[in-house]
Every structure is written in structure tokens, then in C-alpha cells.
Design a protein around this ligand. Structure first.
Ligand code: NAD
Length: 325
């Protein structure tokens, strides 16, 4: 990897929720950044600020293809973040083939490109807490192998993320590529796609419109919620710290809420008169509990989330208020 301060950074999934924040962060640090996205779930609007910066180039392309086919002439990255993938259950179930290909073949093609063209480059792969499936261990440590349905309605996503981790592991162990895997837990904040069906955008929009807030099942299933700025800080550290080479690290906030509590908190934060509408059918294979054990991120990266849920939620509600007007 280039040793001077300025790096050539490639971000796949750049127009997505997390990718666009990561692009902004890489630009603030003075890097040259190329963002790739085919806009299957992302919005080019998310890159509005980045596009004002001469150090940023956006390419509308599918990263399932080999990078040689879409990288701008003369651009050889020395840091690659592979975030491209539909991420919310309704969206990856709508695009199952695209989802399993971008995480399997897309990851393979990027790592093969590193081997052939830029062997010193660093590769950071966006895996997910979904590799733990419906976990039987709580909270989840990186050493837990998970409890995943190999052929269920979420498998196009969680099994392909597991496959992507395997591809990273092979290239690290057998070909000595500098690979880092981040297992991202539920993250929220501005630029979440309002129509991608995740709990926070759904609840916030229903609450702002004073419409009934739909609760799946009895609402006792939990998620742990991390504000996007904290996550981006964790990703940046994982990509920077030399001793993280070859490591797999949970990134998320152990702050755990039930869906019922989440709906109540959002109702309060928005001053909404919405009613909670119970008993909507549970989505298939929905995990009942999720909470990261972040002791590895604390010791390896000296990282832990800092933004309180109240503060993060306030900023998220403001964002949705603006996008809805
Ligand atoms: P997102 O849907 O907002 O962003 C993903 C981006 O990838 C989109 O802009 C989409 O258009 C793009 N994309 C998908 N397939 C592509 C392809 N073949 N070629 C080019 N671009 C493609 O999702 P997000 O929340 O920003 O998630 C980013 C990454 O982080 C994903 O890999 C996701 O699995 C992972 N992740 C996110 C969360 C979370 O809470 N947001 C949790 C766990 C893991």
C-alpha cells in the first residue's frame, strides 16, 4: 500500500447509505476516491457533496464484472472497500441473483484483480451480522460460526456473505493479500433509503405521517443499533491499523432494543400520534436476537461507539423530515 498520506481509494457501493458516508470520509482525509455503483438500491443523490470534490470520480458500473472493465484509465487503487450489495431483506429478496453474485463473484474478481495488478493493496470487505443467522450465542463473538438456514429466503444474502468471507480468507491465507473483514451490525442514520423496508426508515416515516406503525409478531425481537458516524470511524480504523491484517471484526453498537421499544422511542422522538399496530406477520427466518460482542474491536482498533441513540435518532428524524418535504 502507498505509504504517503494520500491514498487511491476504491469504494464499491458508493451511492449506498454506508458507501456514500465512507466516500465523504475518505475525501475529508485527502484521498483520491473512485466510487462505483450500479444504483440497484443506491441513490446518486447521496453523492451530491462528493461530486463537488475534484478528487472524486463516480462510475456507474456493475462490480460483478472484473475491475479492469470499469476502473478509470490509470487508476490503480491501493485501498479497496467492497460494500456493493443490496442490504435490506426486501431488497435482496427482490434481487437474489444480483445479491449472491456481487458477494461471491464480485468479491472474487476484486481480489483476483489485486493479485494481478496491485498486490500491495488492502481489501476491506463488508460482511454482516447475518452470517450469525438466528444466533444461539448471545451476544455474538467473531469466533461464533452461526446458525444459518442454507436454503431459506435470506440465504441469497447471508450465505453469499459467508461465501465472500471464505473468498477473502483464501486470498489472505493462500495468496497473502492484505484482507480485513468487517461484520457490520444494524446501522442507521441519514441517507438510509426511505423505501428499502428497514425498521428505522419504516417507523420514522409512519410516525412522521401519523400513520399506524406496523409491529411484526409480538415485537419482542431485538436489534442492536449503531449510528452511521460511529460505524464509519470503525471502518476507517479497521482499514488503517496494520495489525488488523487478516482479521475479522464485529462493528456495531451493543445498544439493544426490542422492535416494540424502538417503535415507542421513535413515536416519542417525532411527537407522533401514530398507534402501534400489532400482529403483522413475521418475515421468514427473521433472527430473534442480535447483539455484537465488540471486545475485539475495542482491543484491536481502540474503537467503540460514542453517539447515544437519542442523538443519532434525532439526526435521522431530521433527515427524513427533509426528504419527505
Ligand atoms: P445500500 O443498499 O444502501 O448500499 C449498497 C450499494 O451497493 C447500493 O448503492 C447499490 O446500488 C450498490 N450495489 C449493489 N450491487 C451492486 C453491483 N453489482 N454493482 C455496483 N453497485 C452495486 O446498503 P448499505 O446499508 O449501505 O450497505 C452497504 C454494505 O454494508 C452492504 O454490503 C451490506 O451488506 C453491508 N451491511 C450493511 C448493514 C447496515 O445496517 N446498513 C448491516 C450489515 C452489513
Amino acid at each position: 500500500m502507498q505509504t504517503d498520506h494520500k491514498k487511491r481509494v476504491l469504494v464499491t457501493g458508493a451511492a449506498g447509505f454506508l458507501g456514500s458516508h465512507l466516500v465523504d470520509r475518505m475525501l475529508v482525509e485527502g484521498n483520491e476516491v473512485v466510487g462505483i455503483d450500479n444504483l440497484i438500491t443506491g441513490l446518486e443523490l447521496n453523492l451530491e457533496d462528493a461530486k463537488k470534490n475534484n478528487a472524486f470520480t463516480f462510475v456507474n458500473a456493475d462490480v460483478i464484472a472484473p475491475p479492469e472493465t470499469y476502473l478509470p484509465d490509470g487508476f490503480t487503487p491501493d485501498l479497496i472497500f467492497h460494500l456493493a450489495s443490496p442490504a435490506s431483506p426486501p431488497r435482496y429478496q427482490q434481487h437474489p441473483v444480483e445479491t449472491y453474485l456481487v458477494n461471491s463473484l464480485g468479491t472474487h474478481n476484486l481480489l483476483q484483480y489485486i493479485l494481478s495488478s496491485t498486490p500491495e493493496a488492502r481489501f476491506v470487505y463488508a460482511s454482516t451480522s447475518e452470517v450469525y443467522g438466528d444466533p444461539k450465542e448471545h451476544p455474538q463473538k467473531e469466533t461464533y460460526w452461526g446458525n444459518v438456514n442454507p436454503n431459506g429466503i435470506r440465504s441469497c444474502y447471508d450465505e453469499s456473505k459467508r461465501y465472500g468471507e471464505m473468498v477473502c480468507g483464501v486470498h489472505n491465507r493462500d495468496f497473502d493479500v492484505d484482507v480485513r473483514i468487517m461484520r457490520i451490525f444494524n446501522t442507521y442514520g441519514p441517507r438510509m433509503n426511505p423505501v428499502d423496508g428497514r425498521a428505522i426508515p419504516n417507523f420514522v416515516q409512519w410516525a412522521l405521517k401519523n400513520e399506524p406503525m406496523q409491529i411484526y409478531g409480538d415485537g419482542s425481537q431485538t436489534r442492536s443499533l449503531c449510528y452511521v458516524d460511529d460505524l464509519i470511524e470503525g471502518i476507517t480504523l479497521l482499514a488503517t491499523i496494520d495489525s488488523a491484517r487478516g482479521e475479522t471484526v464485529n462493528l456495531g453498537n451493543p445498544y439493544e432494543v426490542t422492535m416494540l421499544q424502538l417503535a415507542e422511542l421513535i413515536k416519542k422522538a417525532t411527537g407522533s400520534t401514530s398507534v402501534l399496530e400489532h400482529g403483522h406477520p413475521m418475515p421468514g427466518d427473521d433472527p430473534t436476537r442480535r447483539k455484537p460482542d465488540i471486545s475485539k474491536a475495542k482491543s484491536l482498533l481502540n474503537w467503540e461507539p460514542k453517539v447515544s441513540f437519542e442523538e443519532g435518532l434525532g439526526k435521522t428524524v431530521e433527515y427524513f423530515k427533509q426528504t419527505m418535504t
